[in-house]
Design a protein around this ligand. Structure first.
Ligand code: SAM
Length: 208
């Protein structure tokens, strides 16, 4: 396995170009390839601290767009159209707050959510999958029809089950490994999910 250098060229590039995190180049690569985020679009960014994804999303949607970054950790203020909240993605209050404060719906939901790693591989994989599952269920609640979802997942554990679940919800799902997801993150990939399918209709009650 290649040696991971946290101060690699993406780290230096982020410093030079004013991005808060080298992870910005992961979303940048995905955006260049898939053009998911459009001018005037609304984006929900889950697990957003310190704000690299928010910065890339804000460039793509422009001043007429909206980006909400949510994280357990406070995110130092970023310029409009970025708004940030300190919140736990797992709490039911988050969805309620999005609705009551008029902060939904969205054209795209991003999730770079990652647990604090324990070093126990199976436990870390399970936590990261739980975060990805939570992100998917939030996306289903707040995405506009045809909306997009980008989620970080780790190969391993029940990756295949999660991949299948995404394919049942979106018309197109691609597994992408951006160049900036390198050595240390050798198992890290992003699922780029496009065109949310309409929710299946509840079954009609059978006549008595
Ligand atoms: C890899 S970092 C995100 C980096 C970010 N995309 C960027 O470009 O700056 C993962 C983030 O997920 C957040 N996180 C983990 N569990 C969370 C939860 N339950 N709710 C909200 N954020 C969470 C962590 O606090 C951490 O900041």
């Amino acid at each position: 396995m290649a040696h991971y250098n946290p101060r690699d060229r993406f780290f230096q590039k982020a410093k030079d170009e004013g991005f808060r995190a080298r992870s910005a180049y992961k979303l940048d690569e995905i955006q260049k390839r898939f053009r998911l985020l459009r001018q005037g679009g609304r984006v929900l960014d889950l697990g957003a601290a310190p704000g690299g994804f928010c910065q890339v999303a804000a460039q793509a949607v422009g001043a007429s767009g909206f980006v909400l970054g949510v994280d357990l950790e406070p995110i130092p203020t970023l310029p409009k159209p970025i708004v940030t909240w300190v919140a736990d993605a797992f709490t039911p209050e988050l969805l309620a707050r999005l609705r009551t404060e008029g902060k939904a719906p969205y054209h795209a939901v991003l999730s770079d959510l990652a647990p604090k790693t324990s070093g126990v591989r199976s436990a870390d994989e399970a936590r990261s999958l739980a975060l990805a599952e939570r992100a998917l269920s939030l996306a289903q609640e707040v995405l506009l029809p045809g909306g997009s979802f980008v989620v970080k997942v780790f190969m391993g554990g029940d990756f295949e089950g999660y991949h299948k679940l995404c394919k049942s919800v979106f018309k197109q799902v691609k597994v992408v490994k951006p160049e900036a997801s390198q050595a240390r993150h050798s198992k890290e990939v992003y699922l780029v999910c496009q065109e949310l399918k309409p929710a299946p209709k509840a079954a009609e009650p059978k006549p008595a």
